[in-house]
Design a protein around this ligand. Structure first.
Ligand SMILES: Nc1nc2c(ncn2[C@@H]2O[C@H](COP(=O)(O)OP(=O)(O)OP(=O)(O)O)[C@@H](O)[C@H]2O)c(=O)[nH]1
Ligand SMILES: [Zn+2]
Length: 217
């Protein structure tokens, strides 16, 4: 098992006062998991009070592209074992990949339900139970299909001293958004999970309507 105990002292600020500082690093600690013992860094977004975390492993502020997962909160998939989506297995696979490499970062962003919040996601799921797809359900509730913003992710990465990523994602819009906020994506690493009978339609909709790169959909 890899351990974060030997990694460099901690996050390094870029020193550039013109950076958009949307987040503030509050505290860091050890986080043992089944895959590795990570460093966990807790951030707050002063403008909104939202709290986010990053898990890091190894030496990450050395300028070389860092294997990275930018994961959006999904309480149902990440914590409650829901099979409606692919979030839980993606989270596990990302931590396993970072541990296997001995170096990397996972940002856990508190933008549940593609930014619409937990209870609106439950409303969206109820509409999907009646036949709407994931995009139609958001629209019926008066939201865009995806209301997430990655300025916070870019700010956290800068505070961790990371400027270049090997990003585990199937979402080209996530790559574009991070680059727009000044983070280089040296490589997109596909992060495809084997579908199950409950999420096959959802994954097809993501590929067809949200532009996700999921081979076979
Ligand atoms: N509004 C809404 N949000 C959902 C639904 N299913 C999952 N989510 C949320 O979607 C977010 C994950 O986004 P995804 O579209 O699965 O994937 P992504 O992060 O864009 O792309 P990847 O990096 O490839 O995983 C999490 O915040 C989930 O809570 C849904 O049916 N409706
Ligand atoms: Zn999910």
């Amino acid at each position: 098992m890899h351990t974060a105990d030997t990694q460099s002292a901690g996050p390094v600020a870029s020193g550039d006062e013109t950076d958009q500082r949307n987040t503030r690093l509050v505290a860091s600690c050890r986080l043992p998991t089944p895959w590795a013992t990570f460093r966990m860094h807790g951030f707050e977004e002063p403008a909104t009070g939202r709290e986010h975390v990053a898990l890091t492993l190894g030496t990450i502020a050395d300028g070389k592209p860092v294997l990275t997962r930018v994961h959006s909160e999904c309480l149902t998939g990440d914590a409650l074992f829901s099979r409606r989506c692919d979030c839980g297995p993606q989270l596990e696979a990302a931590l396993a990949a970072i541990a296997a490499e001995g170096r990397g970062v996972l940002l856990y962003l508190r933008q549940e339900g593609r930014g619409i919040g937990l209870l609106n996601k439950v409303r969206a799921y109820a509409l999907q139970d009646e036949g709407a797809d994931t995009v139609e359900a958001n629209h019926l509730l008066g939201f865009d299909a995806d209301t997430r913003d990655y300025a916070v992710a870019a700010s956290m990465l800068r505070e961790l001293g990371i400027a270049s990523l090997r990003l585990m994602t199937n979402n080209p819009r996530k790559v574009d958004a991070l680059e727009q906020y000044g983070i280089a994506v040296a490589e997109r690493v596909p992060h495809v999970i084997e579908p199950n009978p409950h999420n096959a339609n959802y994954l097809r909709t993501k590929a067809q309507r949200l532009g996700h790169l999921l081979a076979g959909h």
